[in-house]
Design a protein around this ligand. Structure first.
Ligand code: ZN
Length: 322
C-alpha cells in the first residue's frame, strides 16, 4: 500500500489488519510493516514504534504479542503500531541504517524526497505519529549499550509523567528537554503526549524485560483510554532526572578497549573514576571520571570502541519517594 492511501478510519470497526506500506526511499523501494486495530467504538488512538534503532528487539516482541492477543472488539478507539520501524537497520543488526549510515532517531520529521532514512522518518511521522492521541516509542540498549529497563518522560508535560508511572518500569527518568530529530520531538511539535522506554539490550530479549514491556504496553493503552480494564501496578520505581541525550555522554577520544569500573545504576560521587580506555597493547589511553554526583544510567557494553562513541551517561537520582 502507498503510504498516501493509508487511512486508519477505513479499517472496518472491530477488526485488526497487518499492512505493508511501500514507498520510494532514495533510489530504493522500502517496505514497512504496520499493525492496525480498530475498536468497535471510536475513541483515542495509541500509536507505537519499536526498532527505530535496528538492534533493539524488546519492543518488537512486545508489540507482536500485544497485537496477537488484542481483541479489537474490546478496545475503544484504535492502535497503530510500526513494530519494526527501521527494517534496513533491523536486517543489518545495526543501530544505524546500512543504506545511508544515518541514525533514524536524528532525522525526524524527515522528508519524502530525502535520503532513505529521511523518507522512512516522513512515513513514520505521517502514518503513525500524526494519528496519535498518545505516542509510545520503545527503545533499548541494543547490541552496544546497557540501559536501565525504564520509561523516559518529558518533565514539562504531566501526561508524560502519568504515563511513565502507569507503564510500570523499575526506573523512570525525567528529561527537561526533548532534543530535535526524534520521534518524540515530532509528537511534541504536534501537541501529542508521549513516552519512550529503554531496556537492557545486549542483542537479546531478557525475559524479565519482556514481561515489563508487555505489562507496560497494556498499561499505557489503559492510560490512553484504549483498554478499559484496571492498571497492573509495577514496582516502586527508581526516579532519575536529567539530560538523557546519549549524544552528550562521556565519549572516547580515541579507538580502544573499554574497561568500565561502574555498575548499572551504581551511585557515584563527582570525580570518581568510572572506567579506562586501553590501547590494543594494553597501555592506558585515558581515564573517565563521573561528571556529577549521580548514578550510571547508560554504560557501553561492547569493549571495542571507536573515537567519538558515547561510553557513559550519568543521571541525578531523586531522593523523594517516586
Ligand atoms: Zn534506540
Amino acid at each position: 500500500m502507498n503510504p498516501r492511501d493509508f487511512d486508519p478510519g477505513a479499517i472496518p470497526a472491530g477488526t485488526k489488519r497487518r499492512l505493508w506500506l511501500e514507498f520510494p526511499a532514495g533510489a530504493l523501494e522500502l517496505r514497512l510493516p504496520l499493525l492496525v486495530a480498530r475498536g468497535a467504538e471510536p475513541g483515542p488512538v495509541l500509536s507505537m514504534t519499536a526498532c527505530i534503532h535496528g538492534d533493539e528487539y524488546e519492543g518488537v516482541g512486545a508489540i507482536f504479542d500485544f497485537f496477537e492477543t488484542l481483541d479489537p472488539e474490546a478496545i475503544t478507539g484504535s492502535v497503530i503500531a510500526a513494530p519494526v520501524a527501521n527494517p534496513p537497520a533491523f536486517h543489518a543488526i545495526s543501530r544505524t541504517s546500512p543504506l545511508d549510515q544515518a541514525n533514524l532517531a536524528r532525522v525526524f520529521p524527515g522528508r519524502d524526497d530525502g535520503t532513505p532514512s529521511e523518507a522512512l522518518a516522513a512515513v513514520l511521522d505521517g502514518c503513525v505519529i500524526a494519528h496519535a492521541s498518545f505516542f509510545l516509542d520503545l527503545h533499548s540498549g541494543g547490541v552496544r549499550y546497557w540501559m536501565p529497563t525504564m520509561a523516559g518522560y518529558y518533565t514539562e508535560d504531566p501526561r508524560s509523567l502519568a504515563a511513565a508511572r502507569a507503564f510500570g518500569a523499575p526506573v523512570i527518568w525525567g528529561h527537561p528537554v526533548i532534543p530535535p530529530g526524534r520521534t518524540l520531538s515530532c509528537a511534541q511539535a504536534r501537541g501529542i503526549p508521549f513516552l519512550y522506554t529503554e531496556a537492557r539490550g545486549a542483542g537479546r530479549i531478557d525475559p524479565a524485560d519482556a514481561a515489563v514491556f508487555a505489562r507496560g504496553i497494556r498499561n499505557v493503552a489503559r492510560y490512553a483510554g484504549v483498554l478499559r480494564d484496571a492498571l497492573e501496578p509495577g514496582p516502586k520505581p527508581v526516579h532519575l532526572m536529567g539530560d538523557g541525550n546519549t549524544d552528550r555522554g562521556i565519549e572516547a577520544s580515541r579507538d580502544g578497549f573499554l574497561v568500565p569500573e561502574v555498575q548499572p545504576l551504581e551511585a557515584v560521587r563527582k570525580g570518581r573514576r568510572v572506567g579506562r580506555l586501553l590501547d590494543l597493547d594494553g597501555s592506558v589511553i585515558e581515564e573517565y571520571l563521573a561528571p556529577v554526583d549521580g548514578v550510571a544510567a547508560m554504560i557501553r557494553l561492547a569493549p571495542s570502541v571507536r573515537a567519538g562513541e558515547p561510553l557513559f551517561l550519568f543521571a541525578e537520582r531523586l531522593a523523594e519517594a517516586a
